[in-house]
Ligand binder design. Structure first.
Ligand SMILES: O=c1[nH]c(=O)c2[nH]c(=O)[nH]c2[nH]1
Length: 281
């Protein structure tokens, strides 16, 4: 028997950093996972040999210290610094995986004036970063998960194939709702000037076609979102979108002498359709 693959490290390391501009604070909160790998890790499993095993406790301390020293508005730069640290500090570490999730703190306004140090959590989605780095390669992805979006009309689903098992009725009016997971791959040769700004542009590009165009299907929505993101942000090479189709089913009120025309629904979580696509250039 042999080891096919391994990675180990620390997960769910939580840090909150105050980015200070005089009295004006910005809160940056991340949950970080960092995993390490290299060709000499086999004996740590097969021969109880810990000589290569940088303790996961050290991994946690490294995350904390590098967050203190280097974490700024762009999580991507922090992930790259973290991976680079392990790759340069230890010869036997040749592959590092860093994954982050961000909790967003939004500055409050008091009587219309942004407050320097008070925040709420009105989070539309969870920003995520995934990095896999070696000495010579960098696969850096950013994204969002749990972006709840809904279109209450201007949506339908029709012209699909039918068979003995088909019960779904064609419709030209329905609700489309999803909790979007989207990840985009950065071209490592041409990083953006600001990851945060580019990420914001990509998020905006999701909502415009979703809002403005009649939806024939979730598939069409994902295509429109992904292609607009690729058009507007040249620094990404590929985008993956995954969307549960959170069906909102019209409730039959005819037994109660009520005509329910696209007004009262039962929102369902499961079973749900699942539409996934990766779009490249
Ligand atoms: O947008 C949709 N795509 C599908 O593939 C599908 N399948 C289904 O039953 N309803 C829907 N809606």
């Amino acid at each position: 028997m042999k080891i096919i693959s391994q990675q180990y490290g620390k997960a769910r390391v939580r840090v909150m950093k105050l980015l200070k501009d005089g009295p004006v604070h910005t809160v940056k909160e991340l949950t970080v996972k960092t995993l390490l790998d290299g060709p000499t890790y086999g004996p740590s499993y097969t021969a109880a040999d810990n000589s290569m095993v940088v303790p996961t406790d050290t991994v946690k301390n490294t995350i904390n210290c590098l967050a203190f020293d280097q974490l700024g508005p762009d999580t991507e730069l922090f992930a790259l610094a973290l991976a680079n640290h392990f790759l340069t500090k230890y010869d036997h570490i040749t592959r590092v995986i860093v994954e982050t999730e961000e909790r967003l703190w939004t500055r409050t306004s008091i009587d219309g004036t942004p407050h320097p140090h008070t925040f709420t959590q009105a989070q539309p989605a969870i920003p995520i970063v995934k990095l896999e780095a070696t000495a010579t390669t960098t696969v850096l992805e950013s994204g969002i998960k749990d972006l709840l979006i809904l279109k209450s009309t201007e949506a339908g689903f029709s012209d699909y194939p039918k068979c003995d098992f088909t019960t779904l009725k064609e419709t030209r009016e329905r609700i489309v709702a999803t909790s979007l997971l989207a990840t985009w791959l950065w071209n490592s040769d041409t990083p953006p000037t600001s990851y945060s700004a580019a990420n914001a542009t990509i998020l905006n590009s999701f909502m415009k076609p979703f809002a403005e165009k009649y939806s024939e299907s979730v598939q069409q929505n994902l295509w429109d979102m992904g292609t607009l993101a690729l058009e507007t942000v040249p620094e990404i090479t590929r985008i993956s979108l995954a969307a549960p189709n959170k069906h909102c089913n019209l409730i039959d009120l005819t037994p109660f002498n009520r005509e329910n025309h696209h007004t009262l629904f039962v929102p369902t979580d499961e079973p749900h359709g699942q539409i996934e696509v990766t779009i490249g250039r």
